[in-house]
Ligand binder design. Sequence first.
Ligand code: NAD
Length: 497
Amino acid sequence: MTKVLPQLINGEWSESRSREWIDVTDPATQHVLARAPKATPEEIEAAIASAKNAFLSWREVPISERARLMLRYQHLLKEHHDELAEILARETGKTLADAKGDVWRGIEVVEHAANVASLMMGETMENVAREIDTASWMQPLGVCVGITPFNFPAMIPLWMFPLAIACGNTFILKPSEQDPLTPNRLAELFIEAGAPAGVLQVLHGAREQVDALLTHPDIRAISFVGSVPVGQHVYRTGTAHLKRVQAFAGAKNHMVIMPDAHKDQVLSNLIGASCGAAGQRCMAISTAVFVGDSRAWIDELASQMAELRPGHWQDPQAAYGPLISPQAKQRVLHLIAAGKAEGAECLVDGSHCTVAGYPDGNWLGPTLFRGVTPTMSLYREEIFGPVLICLEVETLEQAIALVNNNPYGNGTSLFTRSGGAARQFQHAVEVGQVGINVPIPVPLPFFSFTGWKGSFYGDLHAYGKQAVRFYSETKTVTSRWFDDAPVSGPNMTIQLK
Ligand code: NAD
């Protein structure tokens, strides 16, 4: 019997009454692992009503108790770390080591959420006018929603609901329909940690379910992570319905390589950052920009990349796993074919990749192109596969101009031994997350995840202090206490006296 995924509504796990279901498949075999419902309109209403009701009491729970829930949750997540990683590896195809990393990066955000008391402190000032004091408080918003992508089914839900809930909000999670087993398990553990009924709800589904949440009058804020077209749709629709929205979208991340860089470090970091997780990371390096003589390393890069082997998540030798779906693989194959047709030189071609024992997996071998120009589809589109494209320029200034002309701005890195070049790059580059000799500069949760330009719609980013601002409202209280001095008459001006 295929497992039927329940939804979490008002503290109860229950089977949906939906007539529409989505198969969740193992990307290495196409076996159906579970069926997820498309939540019905009644279930969506019930979840929102429950979250709205739970907010009334949850917002009154002392902040230290809310922080303790996060501590208990963090402890449980650590206890179940390996189990969660196995669930995640099975439904995404990620190698076990990478799946563990996905869970771990999420646990770090829960640790951060346990610091909510210091993060939510307001500001105070006495004597802003004679005997008048002002204090600012940060108060929760109400019902918040998270819509998450397939590529980090532990980390990205954990970017969202722990902090939102620690701030005193209630939350509805709509995970990716492609790998919803991990988020369901995360939510079970959250209930086990002691979350009261209604504080977290989990609804399953796709476009229609997202649209119902984006337009519902009782939702205050939407956190979204996913592709560019959907991110734009979520941002436009959510803000048109007067909600606070943060939408993290696609990317095209460049690594710029200076001729003075450490060659072996460059090659190994390029390979890991482009092909790790089969290139299905929003911070993957998909574009290498070789400056001057560093272009001489491209042939060695090709021979090292050709050695990489994808494989099943249980194979400890596998460098990475399959793509998430046959459709995702087809999309990347089309882009590889377009690259060849448009005149790029394919040095390593992973189009015809097989893995023994798994004839139906969505495998793609590592693929490397050189001679790519900015007008080619390979450069213009986010590929989201184990494909690295190489461009060549003469100077650092030209490399910076290339990166800045790209519409995306999620991540970029520079490999060099020159402090001057690093300073110039980090200052001038128009990208929100910059690595200096660090290929994938994802900040830890005490900072924020700060993608720019076409990679992000909104202003306050994920996790860190910015997320606490996103999930809260600021109230300023200005107060005065009277003594028995005689009243000098009404103050007819705007000035505080
Ligand atoms: P996706 O946009 O297809 O799906 C994301 C979510 O949106 C899912 O929950 C899905 O059910 C929902 N959705 C899909 N189509 C919709 C529609 N038409 N209307 C409303 N909702 C819809 O993204 P994906 O393929 O799951 O994830 C990969 C993408 O996410 C890549 O583009 C990647 O760069 C991006 N991503 C970005 C970041 C970041 O921080 N910038 C992080 C991870 C992933």
